[in-house]
Write a protein that binds this ligand. Structure first.
Ligand SMILES: Cc1cc2nc3c(=O)[nH]c(=O)nc-3n(C[C@H](O)[C@H](O)[C@H](O)COP(=O)(O)OP(=O)(O)OC[C@H]3O[C@@H](n4cnc5c(N)ncnc54)[C@H](O)[C@@H]3O)c2cc1C
Length: 345
């Protein structure tokens, strides 16, 4: 993919990318998902997932990590989640501490993609006080002494080999800090907004592949003296799925267009990931169902596509958190009447 120029489609050429607007990149990603599944499409997005190195990091970090990642020479993971902190990142406890002139990183990161395969990872660790503001981003080579990596077995997207990475007093240098100290989660927020909308495009592409195959199957397979498509119980959900896929795609494109024009639109990006994931999962479930028992088997691709797309309701922010982002935008905290109790978290 690196040789073909398919990595980092949305990043500027000086960061190793293709410089495409988000909306145009989404057309390609959707097609990658359609032809090659989430693996192919999400590998294309790896440089975007680590774009904080290119946008905020030093020249040295950019040339050592961001550019080789965009060329497809290395993998760089993102380690944010911890066993006790996922949606609520103010609870992060992995820490960087100065001791006797040395910087030591300690803590456990969990659920991380490429846990055992990435050559380096952006580790979000607390370098200051408790809460969301004391977290910094560090690029950490994964072969340093004191790092232990363990892969977990997942429902889908097994190519990612997610897992847990434990840091025990790992010595890092101040040069590994990305951007300013304490700004890690601010940088992450910007990156996440774009990623969420682009991920929706991928899920819609994957689901479109199964939808087209199911429409063909319904026309070909004979039951009760006619094609399966004569049965309204099958035909009606399939035409609904086609409509929903088209509607979700139009919404996704519209959100990406807003982002391309500099609109913050974090709420719309969040809801576009949720909506695309829901529509894709319903479509894939129907693909399994209307292929009958074979749909449930690994002889056909639908079960794997469903398992892979299922991660869309969890990764890069859960569906519930997507709603929270949108609701917070609609009813900002500051506008809540004084004296009322705060919504939890
Ligand atoms: C395929 C996949 C790849 C991933 N890759 C990475 C990676 O590379 N790096 C990384 O750091 N992490 C990664 N993750 C982890 C992912 O980011 C977290 O799973 C996600 O942020 C949720 O955190 P959690 O698992 O701790 O769940 P929790 O935050 O504990 O949530 C548990 C449940 O509570 C709900 N919930 C939490 N808060 C609220 C609220 N305020 N309102 C309503 N409901 C709420 C959640 O939606 C969820 O259903 C990946 C996950 C998956 C599935």
């Amino acid at each position: 993919m690196g040789d073909a120029g398919w990595l980092g489609l949305t990043l500027p050429p000086e960061h190793g990318g293709r410089g495409l607007p988000l909306r145009r990149a989404a057309v390609a990603l959707q097609e990658f998902g359609y032809r090659g599944g989430t693996a192919f499409a999400k590998l294309s997005l790896q440089p975007e997932f680590s774009s904080v190195i290119a946008t905020q990091g030093s020249d040295a970090l950019r040339s050592r990590f961001a550019l080789p990642l965009a060329r497809g020479e290395i993998l760089v993971g993102n380690q944010i989640t911890e066993p006790r902190a996922g949606s609520d990142l103010s609870l992060l406890s992995t820490q960087v501490e100065g001791k006797g002139g040395r910087l030591l990183l300690s803590g456990t990161k969990s659920q991380a993609a490429f846990a055992a395969d990435a050559q380096a990872a952006i580790v979000y660790a607390r370098s200051g006080r408790a809460g969301a503001t004391g977290v910094s981003a560090y690029v950490v080579p994964q072969d340093l002494p004191g790092i232990e990596r363990r892969v977990v077995e997942d429902l889908g997207e097994r190519w990612m080999r997610r897992g847990t990475v434990t840091y025990t007093s790992v010595e890092i240098s101040p040069d590994q800090l990305v951007g300013e100290e304490g700004r890690g989660l601010d940088y992450l927020k910007v990156e996440l907004t774009h990623e969420r909308a682009l991920l929706g495009a991928i899920y819609l592409g994957v689901a479109r592949a199964s939808w087209e195959e199911t429409v063909r199957e319904a026309g070909d397979r004979v039951v009760f003296d006619g094609p399966l498509s004569d049965q309204e119980a099958v035909a009606f959900p399939l035409v609904e799925d086609g409509t929903r896929l088209a509607a979700a795609w139009l919404y996704t494109e519209r959100v990406l267009d807003r982002l391309d024009h500099g609109d913050r639109a974090d709420d719309a990006a969040a809801m576009s990931k949720w909506f695309a994931t829901e529509v894709a999962l319903t479509t894939l479930d129907h693909a399994i169902q209307f292929h009958g028992g074979r749909g449930y088997s690994k002889d056909l691709p639908h079960e794997q596509r469903w398992r892979d797309v299922r991660s869309g309701a969890l990764a890069h922010g859960t569906s519930e958190v997507m709603h929270r982002v949108a609701a917070r935008r609609r009813w900002p905290k500051a506008r809540r009447p004084a004296g009322r109790s705060r919504t939890p978290s």
